[in-house]
Design a protein around this ligand. Structure first.
Ligand code: SF4
Ligand code: SF4
Length: 83
């Protein structure tokens, strides 16, 4: 089933460049679907609940997040195909 979701480019994400190591994109997600385990850790999106609204994309000063369409297998295996 195609849907849109946030994807983090971990080559571009540098939490040490965000004040206090706190992810601005995490703070921007009102649904709390982007998680940061601890300060200075990169964020991880929730592929099942993220709606691809783009709030986190706009909040990241390093452009480390994009929204893209994905296909999630209904057979229990998860395959990501960025378009
Ligand atoms: S995703 Fe952006 S805002 Fe969040 S920690 Fe990485 S660089 Fe900072
Ligand atoms: S795209 Fe929207 S719902 Fe998904 S993680 Fe970003 S702010 Fe949250």
């Amino acid at each position: 089933m195609p849907s849109k979701m946030a994807l983090v480019d971990y080559n571009k994400c540098h939490p040490d460049e965000c004040e206090g190591g706190l992810c601005l994109a995490v703070a921007a997600c009102e649904r709390k679907l982007l998680k940061q385990e601890a300060a200075y850790e990169p964020p991880v999106p929730d592929p099942y609940l993220c709606k691809g609204c783009g709030d986190c994309v706009r909040a990241c000063p390093l452009c480390a997040i994009i929204t893209s369409r994905i296909w999630v297998s209904v057979l229990g295996l998860t395959n990501y195909a960025c378009l």
